[in-house]
Every structure is written in structure tokens, then in C-alpha cells.
Design a protein around this ligand. Structure first.
Ligand code: AMP
Ligand code: ZN
Length: 488
């Protein structure tokens, strides 16, 4: 059994990281299947890897960042049977499959642009790499790790597992997988239910199909990522990422394919997985209908949220949770993020107004050190954000005359915010937008309290004025014996 050493975290990013290929750090992230709009859960994964990409760039690594577009081969329920997600959508909407692909690729790009993510260096598509995929399957067949069956080609997991660890990153054990698996109807082409398709025979009604040595068909979903990652990053590369739900079987299958193809057991050094965004503790997912779209957050049109949130605030809320932890999205968490964002923006503005003192009472170098260490420790954004909030408190103390900063240290803190908030976390500082975030509710409460005071003082004119003006803003006030209630 070969001993595959797998790293699931990237600690000491700054000191430890020696790229496998001299010219660049290779980073591959599984991209979206472009058959529908990306939901906010998908965005969390792409934003997590954007921060990793940004930080590596910040450290002056030359990163080649490859993120694919899955435009064929991803079958319903991530299974080896069922309809291709894109074909199905094309039939439903009476479109060419490539029209579906273009429409949702454009949507994906527009959404990620709103979230201020950087574009990858290469964004290859599965349909653009059919020749490479067919050649890859031929090599795996030649190396004895696959077999043809009725026009499809299957990866032979059991023969692979004789000498290799199938389960290296997911921790699954082959014998447990075997005893838990059952032969499904229609899967009898496989020698074992654990085998997975790498080239699939297309039925006559399947719209997306190509000629191959095994007849007309299309590539399996796991195959495209092995082929495109190694084509652009080499047989061995540094980082492979994706959402936690891709760890098994998608990434386990990728490792098996890579090894069966090149013989390298250590094709990827760091496997990084970003954890799921949940809603009330359940994974956000298109298939269960439990999700919402980024646009619904930006315009506040989902009943799950009490107000709209700007992309910068949504992104900032994601920075307060480590990428390997699950994150539950809630209105309260977003509100808190909105308030935190506003405090941050205010502190950055305050820095511009401070007068330099002769001596600093604050150790600014130590602050830089802490922020760097947080990012060096497996991109620990929540710890970084907590350090940044400590700096906000210090700036307010300086502004109140209780602490001092020299002109140089004031400039250094301006750079600190620019480097860590804007460049690394990718959170845009939007001064105008920020004022409407988080504090909206507080302002309504303030107006309602002022009206109650006016009523107590029998100042009916002011009380009516406040109620009418709030009404114009869409806020309704109702007086009851328990006090005043309001709603939007
Ligand atoms: P898909 O288009 O379904 O292949 O998903 C695109 C990316 O989004 C993959 O990396 C998934 O792992 C990730 N993803 C899917 N659902 C979620 C979720 N609820 N939270 C975070 N990432 C997700
Ligand atoms: Zn993939």
C-alpha cells in the first residue's frame, strides 16, 4: 500500500510554502456546473478560495490559478446514471446546451464580480478538452486501471485499491465502502458498485455526445478535473480546492485517476476544502430547494432576510468564519456583520482625521505581526478580523485623546487596513453604502422612541410627523397597550 501523505491545511503559509513547479504555485479549484444560477453557498466556496489566492499573491507568490467550468458530464445526483444537468435544462428551456452554458457562465461571472473576486488565470471548460479527456482514458485503460463495458469505460476501484489508498483524503475505508454499497438497477455494467464512469456511452436521445474509440459518448464528471488540472499545472501541483461536499467521491476519484494516469501517488500536495454554508443548520442546496440567490440578498427580496445587504457586507460576514468551518447564514449574523463593517469603515475614516503625536503609545509593529500570523495560520480570517476590531477600538481611543500615534504609525495603520481588508480579504470599503447597513434598524427604533416621548409630552404634532414620515419610508407603526410596534 503506497503511503500518500495528505495535507488538509496550510499552516505557516509564508515560511513553508515552496512551489512544486519553480515558476508558479499551482492552484486548481473545482468550478461550477453551469446549469443554473449559483446560490450564496456556492459563492462562499469561491470567495474562500479568492481569499487564499489573494493572500498568496500578496506574499508575492506567482500563482497560476485554474478554475474550471463544468459544461458536460455532471449527471443528476452526482451519480453515474441519470440525465446530464445541462442537457436536462436545455430540453426544459428549449435552448441549445451551449446557450444554457453561456447564460449561466455569464451569471456566475457577474455574481463573482459583485463579490469582488479576482479572475482565475485560466478558466477551462470540459467541452473544450474532449481530446485530452479521451487520451487520458486511453492511458488509464492501458495502465490496467479501467475497463470497457458496453460502450462505457469504468475506473476499476478494486484493482486500484490493491496498491493504493482509495480513501486517502476522505478517510473512507475500501472494505467499509464495499460492504455499504449495493448493486443498483442499471449499473450492472460495472464490475463493482464502487467503480465510477470515466467515459459514458450516450443513448440516442442524449444531446451532448462525441465520437470516441468506444463509440459515441461523453466524459465522466470526475475525469475533467484530473485532465484540466494536470494539463495546466503539471502531474504534480500545490493546491487543489473545492467545497467540502466534493471531498468524496469527486476528489477521491480525481486522486485515483491522477495516480492511475501518471503513476504519481502524490499528485497534489495540499487539499483544501471550504465548508458548507447552511441555513438553519441544513446545507444550502439547489436540490432540496433550501437556498437563496445572492441577488435576493442584495435587493432584500427574500422573506428570510429583514433587509438588503450589500455584497461587501455579505463578503465581510463570510470573513468572520474560518473556511474549514460550516457557516450558518442568518439575518442576525448579517446585521452584526453590517454593524461591524460600519465600525471598520468609520475607523478608517477617523484615521484621516487624527493628528500625529510625538510618540506612539501603541505598538503598531506588533499589530502587523498579529495580523500576518493569523493569515499564515491556514488563512485564519476570523482571527484576523478580531485583531482588526481591536485596532478599531485603539483608533477610537486615540481619537478620544486616551492613546497616541505618530504620523508614521497613522500611515502604517492606513496601510494595514488597505492590505488586510481591501487587498487580502477583498472587502471593498464603500463609504456611502456603509451608512445604510446595520444601523437602519437602530435609526427606526430611535425615531419610534422619539415619537413615544413626543406622545408622552402630548406633542401630537411631532408624533404625527414622525409616523407620517416613517410611513413614507415604508415603515408602519402600530400603537397597542404593550407599546409601539413597527414593521417594514
Ligand atoms: P456545483 O456547481 O454544484 O458543482 O458547486 C460549485 C461549488 O460550490 C462546489 O465547490 C461545491 O462544493 C460548492 N458548494 C455547493 N453547495 C455549497 C454550500 N451549501 N456551501 C458552500 N459551498 C457549496
Ligand atoms: Zn472538480
Amino acid at each position: 500500500m503506497s503511503d500518500l501523505k495528505v495535507y488538509n491545511t496550510l499552516t505557516k503559509v509564508k515560511e513553508l510554502f515552496i512551489p512544486i513547479n519553480k515558476n508558479h504555485v499551482g492552484m486548481y479549484v473545482c468550478g461550477p456546473t453551469v446549469y443554473s444560477d449559483v446560490h450564496i453557498g456556492n459563492c462562499r466556496t469561491f470567495i474562500s478560495f479568492d481569499v487564499i489566492y489573494r493572500y498568496l499573491n500578496y506574499l508575492k507568490y506567482n500563482v497560476r490559478y485554474v478554475r474550471n467550468i463544468t459544461d458536460v458530464g455532471h449527471l443528476e445526483n452526482d451519480a453515474d446514471e441519470g440525465e446530464d444537468k445541462i442537457s436536462k435544462k436545455a430540453k426544459l428551456e428549449n435552448l441549445e446546451p451551449m446557450e444554457v452554458v453561456q447564460k449561466y457562465t455569464n451569471g456566475f461571472h457577474n455574481t463573482l464580480e459583485k463579490f469582488n473576486t479576482l479572475k482565475p488565470s485560466i478558466e477551462p471548460t470540459a467541452t473544450g478538452h474532449l481530446i485530452e479527456q479521451i487520451e487520458y482514458v486511453e492511458t488509464i485503460l492501458k495502465n490496467g486501471y479501467a475497463y470497457e463495458s458496453n460502450g462505457s469505460v469504468y475506473f476499476d476501484v478494486e484493482s486500484y485499491a490493491v496498491n493504493h489508498n482509495y480513501g486517502a483524503i476522505s478517510g473512507r475505508k475500501i472494505d467499509e465502502l464495499q460492504s455499504n454499497s449495493r448493486v443498483l438497477i442499471g449499473q450492472d455494467e460495472k464490475r463493482s458498485p464502487l467503480d465510477f464512469v470515466i467515459w459514458k456511452k450516450a443513448g440516442p436521445n442524449h444531446i451532448m455526445q462525441w465520437n470516441s474509440p468506444w463509440g459515441k459518448g461523453f466524459p465522466g464528471w470526475h475525469l475533467e478535473c484530473s485532465v484540466m488540472s494536470t494539463k495546466y499545472l503539471g502531474d504534480k501541483f500545490d493546491i487543489h480546492g473545492g467545497g467540502m461536499d466534493l471531498k468524496f467521491p469527486h476528489h477521491e476519484c480525481e486522486i485515483a485517476q491522477n495516480t492511475a494516469h501518471s503513476g504519481n501517488t502524490d499528485s497534489i500536495k495540499y487539499w483544501l476544502h471550504s465548508n458548507m454554508l447552511t441555513l438553519n443548520g441544513e446545507k444550502m442546496s439547489k436540490s432540496t430547494g433550501l437556498y437563496f440567490l445572492p441577488e435576493q440578498m442584495f435587493d432584500g427580496s427574500t422573506e428570510l432576510l429583514s433587509q438588503a445587504y450589500s455584497p461587501a457586507v455579505v463578503r465581510f460576514s463570510m470573513m468572520q468564519c474560518h473556511y474549514r468551518s460550516t457557516m450558518d447564514l442568518s439575518d442576525d449574523a448579517l446585521k452584526a456583520a453590517g454593524k461591524g463593517y460600519l465600525r471598520l469603515v468609520n475607523a478608517i475614516e477617523t484615521l484621516d482625521l487624527l493628528n500625529g503625536a510625538e510618540k506612539s503609545s501603541i505598538d503598531v509593529n506588533a499589530i502587523w505581526e498579529k495580523c500576518s500570523s493569523a493569515m499564515n495560520d491556514d488563512f485564519n480570517c476570523p482571527v484576523l478580523v478580531s485583531h482588526l476590531f481591536d485596532v478599531v477600538k485603539l483608533i477610537n481611543l486615540v481619537s478620544a485623546g486616551n492613546e497616541t500615534l505618530t504620523v508614521d504609525d497613522i500611515e502604517s495603520l492606513k496601510k494595514l487596513f488597505n492590505d488586510f481588508v481591501v487587498e487580502i480579504l477583498g472587502v471593498k470599503i464603500e463609504v456611502n453604502n456603509s451608512s445604510s447597513e446595520g444601523i437602519e434598524e437602530d435609526l427606526i427604533k430611535l425615531a419610534v422612541d422619539l415619537r413615544s416621548n413626543a406622545k408622552t409630552n402630548k406633542d401630537w404634532g411631532t408624533s404625527d410627523l414622525i409616523r407620517n414620515e416613517l410611513g413614507k419610508l415604508g415603515v408602519t407603526i402600530k400603537d397597542s397597550k404593550n407599546g409601539t410596534e413597527w414593521s417594514k
